[in-house]
Design a protein around this ligand. Structure first.
Ligand code: BGP
Length: 478
């Protein structure tokens, strides 16, 4: 057995429907939760408005208009040598309201066209079913994932697309960064994941988040089971946001805090990959008086629908310390993070830690014994276009180079089974966190600003040529 990058490694790039497609009302699409999210500005976070307000700006409505540029964009991906392209299907294109009986044919046709275009260049689509999107009608009428009936609507959607794209798509993922949704404190982020529009200081919020997460986990397991019945060759994974949690010091209390924080961040993977809740979470529900509706049938479903692989995003690590006055408080969200003096951070304060990627790959391989796919990684940065129309993004190349090297070390030196690498925002798109265009990740620059002005012209950055070389040499030439 040799440990090296496999010949059929899925080098590619990743995006999500609402962050690039635009065309929010085209060909029968219904509004999704992303369509009522404003852009953030000058430290003011994004907001969820009550429906679309005529005087507000909604960056996802037009995004980078991939809906009308997809041929040009997929051609550029093929020029870089992509073997895979990760995107999501906008649920509200297929079921505009979410709870109707019949799908929207024009929405289905759009993804037929996307997948055909990918296959024309030998690019394997990797598809997320729910990437921070739920039809807005399901949020208004049912309160999002707090309602068990949403499982049925999701399964109708998943079954429809599994059958339709049975021969076009092999790799699927159920819910994007599912583990982030019980850690958010910002209203819009909780809403994008689960369609729960919660007030952060509502005492019921936390219990509701766990309830919604449980329904999503059941929906995910059911989807895995049904997907395998429709096509036994499907590879259906979960998707986690991974950010290893380091102790701030070697003090036992800080180490214990880091251990608890890892448990609290990654228990979703236990449910997805091992088919049951870990004991520490059952105990956590008990201690906190949460009584989520988890039936005996649900537990059977979770066991029967374990995932084939673990997809995950990796951007940074985080550091935690025990709270002296509150030893049983365990870090779950960014509010308890400590600064790590050994790491530099991005312009948005995300610590840059390539070794943390190797750490995460090892940790996930040890715990779950499943193939792993890095489905997001990258540096959000402000880019400048020179008078000659060039973008010299050496900072992005440096970030990606170090992370690809860490991945190669994990494969070659640690024997971790990694099947693909799809860096985030392979073409500039609307940032999920800020709603702005100026936090750019792409190999391809898009001429569009934070207010939605610009020609939408695509330009190749220096990183475009760098990544082309990496793929052509299967990671040998970084
Ligand atoms: C992940 C999401 C993506 C993406 C990325 C970068 O959490 O899955 O949708 O947006 O992070 O985050 P941001 O856009 O906030 O920089």
């Amino acid at each position: 057995m040799t440990y090296s990058i496999p010949k059929d490694f899925l080098w590619g790039g990743a995006v999500a429907a609402h962050q690039l497609e635009g065309a929010w009302q085209t060909d029968g699409k219904g509004p999704s939760i992303a369509d009522v999210m404003t852009a953030g500005a000058n430290g003011v976070p994004r907001q969820i408005t009550d429906g679309v307000q005529p005087d507000r700006f909604y960056p996802n409505h037009e995004a980078i208009d991939f809906y009308h540029h997809y041929k040009e964009d997929i051609k550029l991906f093929s020029e870089m040598g992509f073997k895979s392209f990760r995107t999501s299907i906008a649920w509200a294109r297929i079921f505009p309201q979410g709870d109707e009986d019949h799908p929207n044919e024009a929405g289905l046709q759009f993804y037929d066209d996307i997948f055909a275009e990918c296959h024309k260049y030998g690019i394997e689509p990797v598809i997320t079913l729910a990437h921070f999107e739920i039809p807005y009608h399901l949020v208004q009428k049912y309160g999002g994932w707090r309602d068990r009936r949403v499982i049925d609507f999701f399964i109708r959607f998943a079954t429809t697309v599994f059958k339709r794209y049975k021969n076009q798509v092999k790799y699927w993922m159920t819910f994007n960064e599912i583990n982030n949704q019980t850690t958010y404190t910002e209203q819009f982020l909780m809403a994008t994941d689960s369609g729960l529009v919660l007030e952060p200081d509502d005492p019921k919020s936390e219990a509701l988040m766990y309830q919604a997460a449980h329904y999503e986990l059941v929906a995910s397991a059911l989807a895995v089971k049904i997907g395998h019945e429709i096509n036994p060759d499907f590879e259906i994974g979960c998707m986690l946001n991974v950010s290893p949690l380091y102790p701030a010091t070697c003090k036992p209390e800080d180490n214990f805090q880091a251990l608890k924080a890892m448990q609290r961040r990654y228990w979703f993977a236990d449910v997805h990959a091992l088919g049951c809740y870990p004991r520490h979470m059952e105990a956590f529900f008990q201690t906190n008086g949460f009584r989520p509706d988890i039936t005996a049938e649900d537990r059977v479903v979770l066991k029967e629908g374990t995932v084939d692989y673990i997809g995950f995003s990796y951007y940074n690590s985080a550091t935690v310390a025990a709270q002296e006055n509150n030893p049983e408080f365990h870090f779950v969200g960014p509010e308890a993070a400590q600064e790590n003096p050994y790491l530099q951070a991005s312009d948005w304060g995300w610590p840059i830690d390539p070794l943390g990627l190797r750490y995460s790959l090892n940790w996930l391989a040890d715990h779950y014994h499943k193939p792993l796919m890095i489905v997001e990684n990258g540096l959000g940065a402000k880019d400048e276009v020179t008078a000659e129309g060039k973008i010299h993004d050496d900072y992005r190349i440096a970030y990606l180079k170090a992370h690809v090297q860490a991945m190669i070390d994990a494969i070659e030196k640690d024997g971790v089974p990694v099947i693909g690498y799809t860096p985030w925002g392979c073409i500039d798109l609307v940032s999920a966190g800020t709603g702005q265009m100026s936090k750019r990740y792409g190999f391809i620059y898009v001429d569009r600003d934070d207010k939605g002005n610009g020609s939408n012209k695509r330009l190749k950055k220096d990183s475009f040529y760098w990544y082309q070389k990496v793929i052509a040499t299967n990671g040998k030439n970084l």
